[in-house]
Design a protein around this ligand. Sequence first.
Ligand code: UT7
Length: 336
Amino acid sequence: MYNSKIVGLGSYVPDNVVTNEDLSKIMDTNDEWIQERTGIKERRWVKEHSGDTTTTMGVKAAKVAIERAGIDKDDIDFIVFATLSPDMYFPGPGVQVQHQLGLKTVGALDVRNQCSGFIYGLSVADQFIKTGMYKTVLVIGSELHSRGLDKTTRGRAVSVIFGDGAGAAVLTRTEDTAKGVLSTHLHSEGEHAEELVVKAPGMATRWVTDILKDNDVNDESYFPYMNGQFVFKNAVVRFSEVIMEGLLKNNLKKEDIDMLIPHQANLRISQFVQKKFGLNDGQVFNNIQRYGNTTAASIPIALTEAWEQGKIKEGDTVVLAAFGSGFTWGSAIIKW
Ligand code: UT7
């Protein structure tokens, strides 16, 4: 029996910083509203012609993770790539990572679970390693939101929240089953699929030929829609439930959490969860202030930064938790 262990972490964000003040020049919003409701001060949005894409950002983060893991890229047995903003409709970015990293013809899987994407991806990697099928798996979460946002006042409730970036983790086999990923917990509730959604391009109702013919610039279905308050209310409940589920599964108590890395959806959500679990500021890592919500990339970017800052140490109990579109939510309990 094996466990999987994170042995390398990396992240990449575009250079281009977009402040709340910058946004107030292109839509009817302001720094006070954004900070008060979300905690966000700035985010990164790729610059036109920068060459950054969801895949290339993922590859940059992966290169750092591979180097830090001290492995040869040919040791990677499998790729898992989580994103809601792929470069192409299909194929997904996983295969492009295989090509751009120059890997052997290893399998590549794309995960479509939005904000929970990294935890779903981590769980897939963990299962493959635990069964012995693969020894080393690369998990990437990457998003290029900025090209898909409605950056007018019409879209302000959503567009001020999201940012671009990527994070990656290399997981490998350990025979010490008291260490590494102890358990993962995944959930979904598709009843609420349309509460946080980008509907187009979808095959449910319209022919692509008609979409092209209509060429309707007012078609909002290409932009993200979020029922913010409904999502918020569900998020705080599900975050708490799924963290508790993970703790109970491992006979752990709230007090055993050394570091909680919540998906960076909204600083108010993280603060609610922090209070509920009685954690101090040093036990919860947040960077939404600087990056906004980077969806599938948010946990691996935060995890990387927490590790870089020496906030995660050998033997620590690290809890990851996410909630988002689907609805999907999940947690991972890791003994570092
Ligand atoms: O990562 C996936 C999971 N996502 C989440 O968990 C996000 C959950 N939801 C939220 O974080 C919050 O609901 C938001 C931050 C998205 C919105 O905050 P809210 O307190 O729920 O605001 P609201 O949508 O109820 O809007 C309040 C007011 C409205 O004006 P009226 O109708 O009261 O006059 C909006 O039109 O704020 C207005 N508004 C804005 N004003 C300035 C909406 N967006 C903006 C904006 N700037 N960007």
